[in-house]
Design a protein around this ligand. Structure first.
Ligand code: PMP
Length: 426
């Protein structure tokens, strides 16, 4: 029995399913989750000291690679002054100012502790300012696990929400409308029917929770236009894409500005930080300025802010994003070439350093049904074949992958040679 297997067994005695977030359990791919003991740069090291080239990066935050010395130093320096005060600190303003400078349309920003809190609060704010209850989301987009957002998409263009988890009241779920990602006509139709009841549209501007699915041209623009016409709030959930697909996120990349942006992952540099911010007149409705309540004991935690601020400084280096994008392209093009050579139906998507690969006959994957129609069995075998060779992709076929600054040309070549081996056995 490996040490991971032993630890997983022990964990299951005290933690539901042995994990503190479900996807870590390897339920989708089968087998035992790897327990890690340390991470450095592009690599994770498991409890048996096996090294893995990591394309999960803690699900996105580690854009500089793991344990960047400057980020670690900033945390060490800061924590000597105390861990939390529950009172304002200067560093919160410093980070907030930078976010307002970088993120399109961000006049004011509030820090929280996770992406879930950011989107949950943004939805409350949108409902509060519009006085409307209905929200529109898209099939395959994940916005955290708050009740209004944990709604299953049904078939058909316009689905009145059905909860995807017991514990979400049907009376709440019915306010969530789930539409097909990238279906501009479906969106127009929904607004024609219900526009004046819609508090907000929330979208992952590049979807990263149904593998990696970029927006088709005109999709984000249509959301902007329809929200403007009907007085609904446009929420860009950039928890994953923020500082990832470009410095100014997907909104900067595509030139579309939302009313509220939610952030997480990269802004904390690996510490628990989320944020939501946007137009001044909307954000001024939040307590204590306005009547819409939102709060957090540990929000704006100084140690987490120090990690985030240092991270943010480093990703603004010249050529940072160009280098990341070039490496990502090298990886996905290499994988595609190997699949083609082996006669394996395969395609890829990538925006900046966020990428996805699909075992499918389709040449382009643009929505959830196409993702779900991929050969999941083949993905699962590929995942394990790569893992055995020391390459860690996300343990589910519906997750995006991430490149970091720390990945080298050698790491990519190593990955491609493992891919060559794995695909030979598929
Ligand atoms: N929104 C998006 C787009 C996400 O990718 C995630 C997490 N994967 C969340 C929200 C929720 O963030 P957290 O897990 O930090 O609560």
């Amino acid at each position: 029995m490996s040490r991971s297997e032993q630890l997983f067994k022990q964990a299951q005695s005290f933690i539901p399913g042995g994990v503190n977030s479900p996807v870590r359990a390897f339920k989708a791919v089968g087998g035992t989750p790897i327990f890690f003991q340390k991470a450095q740069g592009a690599y994770l090291y498991d409890v048996d000291d096996q090294r893995y080239v990591d394309y999960v990066q803690s699900w996105g935050p580690m854009i500089l690679g793991h344990a960047h010395p400057d980020v670690i130093q900033a945390v060490v320096d800061k924590l000597q002054y105390g861990l939390s005060f529950g009172a304002p600190t200067e560093i919160e303003t410093t980070l907030a100012e930078q976010l307002c400078d970088i993120i399109p349309g961000m006049d004011l920003v509030r820090f929280v502790n996770s992406g879930t809190e950011a989107t949950m609060s943004a939805i409350r704010l949108a409902r509060g300012v519009t006085g409307r209850d209905k929200i529109i989301k898209f099939e395959g987009c994940y916005h955290g696990h708050s009740d209004s957002l944990l709604i299953k998409a049904g078939s058909g263009a316009l689905t009145m929400g059905v909860p995807s988890s017991p514990g979400v009241p049907a009376s709440l779920a019915e306010h969530t409308i789930t539409l097909t990602y990238n279906d501009i006509e479906g969106l127009k139709q929904a607004f024609a029917e219900l526009g004046d009841q819609v508090a907000c549209v929330i979208v992952e501007p590049v979807a990263g929770n149904m593998n990696c699915v970029p927006p088709v041209p005109g999709f984000l623009e249509a959301i902007r236009e329809l929200c403007d016409q009907s007085g609904s709030v446009f929420i860009a959930d950039e928890v994953m894409t923020g500082f990832r697909v470009s410095l100014s996120g997907a909104q900067g990349h595509y030139g579309v500005t939302a009313d509220i942006t939610t952030l997480g992952k990269v802004i904390g540099g690996g510490m628990p930080v989320g944020a939501f911010g946007g137009k001044r007149e909307i954000m001024e409705q939040i307590a204590p300025l306005g009547p819409i309540y939102q709060a957090g004991t540990l929000s704006g935690n100084p140690v987490a802010m120090a990690a985030g601020l240092t991270n943010l400084g480093l990703i603004q280096a010249d050529g940072f994003y160009q280098a990341l994008t070039a490496k990502t392209q090298l990886l996905v093009d290499g994988m595609k070439a190997i699949a083609l050579d082996k006669g394996i139906p395969f395609t890829t998507n990538n925006v900046g350093s966020m990428f996805g690969f699909f075992f499918t006959e389709e040449t382009k994957v643009t929505n959830y049904s196409q993702v779900m129609a991929c050969d999941i069995e083949r993905f699962n075998r590929f995942f394990h074949l790569m893992l055995e060779q020391g390459v860690y992709f996300a343990p589910a076929s519906y997750e995006a992958g991430f490149m970091s600054q720390a990945h080298t040309q050698d790491d990519i070549e190593f990955t491609l040679s493992a891919c060559e081996q794995a695909m030979s056995k598929l």
